[in-house]
Structure formats: structure tokens, C-alpha cells
Design a protein around this ligand. Structure first.
Ligand SMILES: *[C@@H]1O[C@H](CO)[C@@H](O)[C@H](O)[C@H]1NC(C)=O
Ligand SMILES: *[C@@H]1O[C@H](CO)[C@@H](O)[C@H](O)[C@H]1NC(C)=O
Ligand SMILES: *[C@@H]1O[C@H](CO)[C@@H](O)[C@H](O)[C@H]1NC(C)=O
Ligand SMILES: *[C@@H]1O[C@H](CO)[C@@H](O)[C@H](O)[C@H]1NC(C)=O
Ligand SMILES: *[C@@H]1O[C@H](CO)[C@@H](O)[C@H](O)[C@H]1NC(C)=O
Length: 460
């Protein structure tokens, strides 16, 4: 009879001890911000506004414009210390948890991923199956290769074992290659930019980019051996006996072939294809370029463009909260970091008033590490006196947090395990990301100086 009371007491004491230990552990986690790692100093160079360039604030100013920003970014620079923050540590820990492979079966990964997409994002805010999907895209046998009939550039539609579809974009350039213009949108796709864009979207928490991974592909055994006849017909061997192909698309022709190296191996970006049930709608970007020499778009010459745009209700017609504009500003921030000046159209998921601007097709990025195309930021800096020069508070907070990484190092860390041989970006491009982030934050600070933080940071 003693034993019953005894067991109850032991049970109570044990429960109490466990509770206390859990609490201690929780406090420890909060204190250390999860695992240790990022609480170190980093030195970042960022342009500062010099005193003499103090911006006069009055109603005749049209707001920030390209020439003003260019002059400002050309002025003196100063080193500032950024303390690695505890919240950055927990953001990185969360991402590492998502990127970790858990060894699920292909069929389970595919069926779960079919439910990832919502009108406002392509990936849920926590996606524990992400690591398995990445591994699947990098390793699953290719069972069919066909012509995708999307876009104007060389791509291949893959069907992977298990039935999942994915888009392949092959490597055109070495990492060090510079796209020497003449335009921001010159050159063929950069497969590595597509992959980096995906990891950057995770860091920015703009989960509107499809999963994109690197993979070494054997053009002969992976693609040609599984190719539909119309695609297979574009394969040949060059004078070094390497496998080459040029595919079927608007700009596809034999003179523009990609060729594998030794052993018929070629690097490629493999991009997860969205479920067939997802219908996309393509809209012309208000900040579209003319793609013609000597012809400038309205936004390039009219500093009140954004204001007028709002008056015309062209982008806010269905959206009194301006979510569409805020999405386009997020997109501008993303594009400026990767240096993508080619977002002439943007896609949304059709049929929902919640539909967010997706960040698809990020291959025209990382062409020049030495140049920053400030005008990509036009949606952010135009018309500050009226309603523009706004940004989501969440985006701004995230940018500030990432600056202390610094961002380039965080991207390197996340992409380290991607299966392509060697890093995805040269050091120069990594530095360019840090420099561009500094300019974005600088622009926002300038807006805040002209208006107020409350005016420009939008809480949704
Ligand atoms: C407003 O600023 C402009 C320069 O941007 C200046 O020429 C003008 O005199 C200012 N107006 C007032 C009322 O301060
Ligand atoms: C550019 O913006 C600055 C600051 O608002 C203003 O002083 C300048 O006149 C503007 N330049 C042009 C060409 O509009
Ligand atoms: C930037 O500054 C340098 C000198 O510091 C000057 O030679 C150059 O013209 C400036 N560029 C612009 C775009 O203002
Ligand atoms: C192989 O082809 C390339 C380009 O088509 C040409 O530049 C090169 O001289 C050729 N090499 C030989 C050995 O024929
Ligand atoms: C690529 O596939 C071809 C054809 O099966 C084969 O001859 C070649 O050795 C493969 N390359 C590598 C690196 O395995």
C-alpha cells in the first residue's frame, strides 16, 4: 500500500523536475537565440549622406530621383559596425532546419509540395519538407525531357522519377564572365542567378520564388536518352566531340547552342514546376523598359510617374490597401540585390484578390558585379512626397537584420551544400550584394528623412 503513494510522489517530483528543466532550457534558448553562430562583428561599407547634401523638405520637391541618388551613392563612404543580432541567428537556424533533408520518400515529398502554393506565397512560412524536395530535385532520375513552350529562351521540361515536373536552365557562362551590356537585360540566362535568387527569397522571407537547385546533368544519358524527338533533333557533337543542343524556343538556333564539357556533363538550374492546378496571370510591369534604343519609358522621364499611376488606378484598381504596389517594391528590392533589370512582366496566381506578385524567372541576374543599376529601385524611390517611397515594415526590418550578416555571407552559407561544384557566385558578386543592400537601406533612410518613418513603413 505504501507503493501507491510512493509512486504518485515520485511521478509528481519527476514531472516537476522535467518542467523546471524545460524552463531552464527555454530560457537558455531565448538567451542564446537558439544555437550559437552569428553574434559576431562585421565591417560593412555603406555610403553616407554628407551634411551639405541635406535634403530640403517642401512641397515643390518632386521627391527622390535617379540623379540625386547616383550623386549620393558616389559621395563619401564610412565604415559602420553592425552587431550580429540574436534574431538573425534564429532566422538562420529556422532556415537550416527547413533545408535539412529528412529522408522522406519521393511520393510523399511530391504530394505534400502540391499543397505548398497559396495565392500569397509559393512556400509556406515553415516548410519542413523543403530539404527533401531540394535533394529530390538534385538526385531523382530524369525520365523524360521535352520542350516546355514557356518563355523565349532555351529551357527543357523535365519529368523526374515519381512524376514531378521541373524546368531545366543550362549553364551559358563561367562564374567570372561579365555581361558587357549594352543593356541591363543583355545576355542569356544565368543559371546560378536563378538558384541564388531562390535562397535570397528565403532570407528575405519573400517566399514567392519556386524552389531552384543546382545539378550536374549528363546531356547524353540524362537528357538526350529521354528526350522527345523534336528536342532530340537539336542535339549534335561539336568539333571537340562534346554534346551540344539548342532546343526549341523563340531565340533557339544552332549558332546559340550550349555544349557540355568532358563526359558530356553540364551545370544546370533545376526549377520546381508549379502544380498544374495553379493558374498564373501575367501582368505588364508599370516599370517595364522599352527594350528599344533611344526610346525611354514614361517612368524613366517622369518623376511623378508613381503618383500618376495611382491616380489612374492602373495598379490599385482592385486593391485599396496598395498591396500590389508594396509587392512591386519588394520585387524591386529583390531585383536590385540580384541586379535583374528584366522584370517586364510579373505573374500572380489568377483568381484571387489576395494574389501576391511572384518572383519567377530570375535568370537575368548577376551580369556585372561592378555595376549597380539604381533605376531598378525606381518603384521604391519615386514620388516620395505623395504615397510612394513606402516599404513594408517587415521587409525593411528583414533588410536591416540581414545587413549585419552580412547578406552575401549568409547566401554563401545557405548555398554551400548545393551540389554544383564550387561556389555559386564569385567573391565580387558576393561583395556587390552587400554594397547594394547598403544602397537600399540608404535610400529608405533618405525617404524617412524627407517624410517620417511612420509615413514610409507600412505595417502590412
Ligand atoms: C523648396 O525647395 C526648392 C529646392 O528644392 C527651393 O528652390 C524652394 O525655394 C523651396 N521652397 C520653399 C517654400 O522653401
Ligand atoms: C532630384 O531630386 C532632388 C531632391 O529632391 C531635387 O533637388 C532635384 O531638383 C531633382 N532633380 C530633377 C532633375 O528632378
Ligand atoms: C563620382 O565621383 C568621381 C570623383 O569622386 C567623379 O569623377 C565621377 O564623375 C562621379 N560620378 C558621378 C556619376 O557623379
Ligand atoms: C572548333 O570550333 C570552334 C568554334 O566553332 C572554333 O573556334 C575552333 O577553331 C574549332 N577547332 C577545331 C580544332 O577545329
Ligand atoms: C554521360 O553519359 C554518356 C552516355 O551514357 C557516357 O558515355 C558518359 O561516360 C557519361 N558521363 C559521365 C561523366 O558519367
Amino acid at each position: 500500500m505504501l507503493s501507491r503513494t510512493f509512486r504518485v510522489s515520485v511521478g509528481l517530483v519527476t514531472a516537476l523536475a522535467v518542467a523546471v528543466l524545460c524552463n531552464i532550457y527555454l530560457v537558455f534558448l531565448l538567451w542564446t537565440g537558439g544555437q550559437s553562430g552569428y553574434s559576431h562583428y562585421e565591417l560593412i561599407t555603406r555610403p553616407v549622406i554628407s551634411q551639405k547634401e541635406e535634403v530640403p523638405i517642401n512641397s515643390t520637391n518632386s521627391g527622390l530621383n535617379l540623379s540625386y541618388l547616383k550623386a549620393m551613392f558616389n559621395s563619401s563612404t564610412k565604415h559602420i559596425h553592425n552587431l550580429g543580432s540574436r534574431s538573425l541567428t534564429s532566422v538562420m537556424n529556422k532556415l537550416q532546419r527547413e533545408l535539412k533533408s529528412r529522408g522522406e520518400k519521393a511520393a510523399d515529398i511530391i504530394s505534400r509540395s502540391a499543397r505548398w502554393v497559396s495565392p500569397s506565397s509559393l512556400l509556406p512560412s515553415f516548410t519542413p519538407q523543403l530539404g527533401d524536395m531540394i535533394k529530390y530535385l538534385q538526385t531523382a532520375p530524369i525520365i523524360r525531357a521535352s520542350i516546355p513552350h514557356v518563355g523565349t529562351q532555351l529551357k527543357v521540361m523535365l519529368t523526374l522519377k515519381g512524376g514531378q515536373k521541373a524546368l531545366l536552365k543550362p549553364q551559358w557562362y563561367d562564374r567570372e564572365y561579365r555581361i558587357d551590356g549594352p543593356d541591363v537585360y543583355s545576355g542569356a540566362d544565368r543559371h546560378n542567378g536563378e538558384i541564388v535568387g531562390f535562397y535570397l527569397s528565403l532570407l528575405l522571407d519573400l517566399r514567392r520564388t519556386p524552389v531552384a537547385v543546382g545539378r550536374m546533368i549528363n546531356l547524353t544519358s540524362d537528357i538526350l536518352a529521354n528526350a522527345d524527338s523534336d528536342l532530340a533533333a537539336t542535339f549534335f557533337r561539336n568539333n571537340q566531340s562534346h554534346a551540344c543542343f539548342y532546343g526549341v524556343c523563340r531565340y533557339c538556333k544552332p549558332e546559340l547552342s550550349v555544349c557540355a564539357g568532358g563526359g558530356d556533363l553540364i551545370e544546370a538550374a533545376i526549377i520546381l514546376w508549379l502544380p498544374n492546378s495553379v493558374k498564373l496571370k501575367s501582368n505588364r510591369s508599370p516599370w517595364q523598359r522599352t527594350y528599344k534604343k533611344n526610346v525611354r519609358a514614361q517612368w524613366e522621364t517622369d518623376d511623378k510617374f508613381c503618383t500618376n499611376l495611382q491616380k489612374q488606378n492602373r495598379i490599385f484598381g482592385i486593391d485599396p490597401t496598395k498591396r500590389r504596389l508594396l509587392d512591386l517594391i519588394d520585387a524591386a528590392v529583390f531585383d536590385f540585390l540580384i541586379s535583374n533589370g528584366d522584370r517586364h512582366h510579373y505573374e500572380i496566381i489568377d483568381g484571387s484578390s489576395e494574389a501576391a506578385v511572384l518572383l519567377l524567372d530570375n535568370g537575368k541576374s548577376f551580369g556585372r558585379p561592378d555595376l549597380d543599376y539604381i533605376d531598378i529601385l525606381a518603384p521604391l524611390y519615386q514620388c516620395m512626397l505623395l504615397d510612394c517611397c513606402v516599404i513594408r515594415k517587415s521587409t525593411y526590418n528583414r533588410l536591416e537584420m540581414l545587413e549585419s550578416g552580412p547578406l552575401g555571407a549568409l547566401i554563401e552559407k545557405l548555398t554551400l551544400k548545393d551540389s554544383l561544384i564550387g561556389p555559386l557566385l564569385t567573391n565580387e558578386h558576393v561583395q556587390a550584394i552587400n554594397r547594394r543592400l547598403g544602397k537600399i537601406i540608404q535610400t529608405i533612410e533618405l525617404c524617412a528623412k524627407m517624410k517620417s518613418w511612420d509615413d514610409i513603413l507600412v505595417p502590412y
